[in-house]
Write a protein that binds this ligand. Sequence first.
Ligand code: PEP
Length: 249
Amino acid sequence: MRAKVVAGNWKMNNDQAATVALIDALKTKPSKAEVSVKIAPATVHLAQAVEALRDSSIEVMAQNMHAAENGAFTGEVSAQMLKSIGVTTTILGHSERRAYFNETDAALSQKVNTALGHDMEVVFCFGEELEDRQSEKHFEVVKQQLQDGLFHIDAAAWDKIILAYEPVWAIGTGETASPAQAQEMHAFIRQTLSDHYGQPVADKVAILYGGSVKPSNAKEIFSKPDVDGGLIGGASLDADDFFAIVHAI
Ligand code: PEP
């Protein structure tokens, strides 16, 4: 059976006190069997979050990392630094990184290699923009992102990859892909994986949906057969909402 995952991306929100308060609130929530729950606080709070969640099943992820092992990359964080504080998963390729920090699929493929080289798990984000969907290029764009960012890795490496399909037009906009639109794209992604790596690999990769998932719409989206959970932005900043989403799977 495929992993079920609900992952919260806190982005550049929450100072130290708010981070501690939100983690404390999350720790009071009942876990749900077979759902892997992950949170990505800001980089400066990762070490503290790992400590605070040491006895919890909630896992801490980074929001990003650099492709290089170390060196003159002011302001950046390496895989080895993350591993040294107990962070073994990173988000890569979030649409905000692509849009505001010019991250291309070619650059992301290097980050993927570095993460895998450090035995880290990757939540790889991708998805079309509004104009791609309006011009009916969304399948083409998504396939290209997968090919350029990930299809150089070998089949075994997919054990370390979680995909997060996030249509850019649905992120932080309140606009959600309909459950049918999400399922259609997730099935296409799985077929694309199967065409390249074979059905056994395609069947085991978790594909999360991201884009304005809320307690009110999570159940219907998660009911779709190729949707294996969600990457949650805004609603992950509220412990009640986030765990309502966890329990909607
Ligand atoms: C995200 O940033 O990955 C995201 C899905 O955000 P939101 O849930 O706020 O749309």
